[in-house]
Design a binder for this molecule. Structure first.
Ligand code: SF4
Ligand code: SF4
Length: 289
């Protein structure tokens, strides 16, 4: 089985538009939306949720009001100012779940409970199964949630004899990106010809290299700055990263997104043709039939 991830150094480069198009073009696959902090692949693929699962990450304190004598010791020891007194209340957004308050409480009035910090889903789409997730506001553990999404996507692909997992990766270079790169056969890095686009791409190529993942690059809206696009191509050549496509700026892509459709299904135009061309090359590289 093969796994491909579509990532970018920053958000808004067209990563999800490409992933959704690959979902429409590829045969026998499972989609995994690993951009768990700002998931949006569902907007283009319209999944029907079949299974809903809680995602638990870390622990949070819960106060037993019957036992609490309001001595204030927990307020004093909390380094994150997450506990206020009169009455004793825990502010969940400030709490880091360190557990010190529960250790210090002389009445044993604070217990640590497993924290439900999101949900993940197994869904059907017209393109095949999709695993996706939603992390609660201000919740952490997005790397762990990415791993949960990927593990389930992989096991569904294996169970149904689907030879491919297409991962919509998170932006940036943090923990969730690392979680979305592990065990991947090919990372497609989507960039734009801007100064920050180049810088962000260089960083993400570095992360992929560090973890021994082969990468390829696609330049989105390459014609808005030909000079910077040439610079990207030159840099990629020097780093041994193949540029598998240069997608022109095309208003039909925005129209497709407004119509909540993968661009390759919306209309035939120069950008959708180039996306198809990119997929042909990636499928060949992955040895897909
Ligand atoms: S340390 Fe325990 S008893 Fe004291 S205020 Fe906090 S919860 Fe209540
Ligand atoms: S678990 Fe740690 S951060 Fe949270 S309220 Fe207790 S002492 Fe403060």
């Amino acid at each position: 089985m093969k796994q491909i991830v579509v990532i970018s150094g920053k958000g808004g480069t067209g990563k999800t538009v490409l992933t959704a198009s690959f979902a429409a073009l590829a045969k026998k696959k499972v989609m995994a939306d690993c951009d768990v902090d700002a998931a949006d692949l569902h907007l283009l693929l319209h999944p029907q949720i079949k299974e809903r699962h809680e995602f638990k990450g870390g622990f949070k304190p819960v106060i037993d009001e019957e036992k609490c004598t309001e001595c204030g010791k927990c307020v004093e020891v909390c380094r994150f100012s997450a506990i206020t007194d009169h009455p004793i209340t825990i502010e969940p957004i400030s709490c880091e779940g360190c557990g010190v308050c529960s250790q210090i409480c002389p009445e044993g009035a604070i217990r640590m409970e497993e924290n439900i910090c999101g949900e993940w889903y197994i869904s059907d789409t017209k393109y095949g199964p999709m695993i996706h997730a939603k992390l609660g506001i201000a919740e952490e553990n997005s790397g762990k949630l990415v791993t949960v999404v990927r593990q389930n996507a992989k096991s569904i692909a294996e169970k149904n004899k689907l030879g491919l997992v297409i991962v919509d990766g998170p932006p940036g270079i943090g923990c969730p990106v690392i979680a979305s790169l592990s065990g991947i056969d090919l990372a497609l890095i989507v960039t734009e010809p801007t100064l920050s686009g180049i810088h962000d791409m260089e960083r993400v190529v570095g992360v992929a290299k560090h973890f021994g993942v082969k990468s390829a690059c696609a330049i989105n809206k390459y014609d808005i700055n030909l000079e910077k696009s040439t610079e990207i191509e030159k840099w990629c050549r020097s780093e041994g990263v193949p540029v598998v496509g240069k997608i022109p700026y095309e208003p039909a892509i925005i129209k497709a997104v407004v119509q909540t459709m993968p661009p390759v299904e919306y209309s035939n135009n120069s950008a959708s043709e180039e996306i198809e061309n990119i997929w042909t090359q990636l499928a060949k590289e992955l040895g897909l039939k």
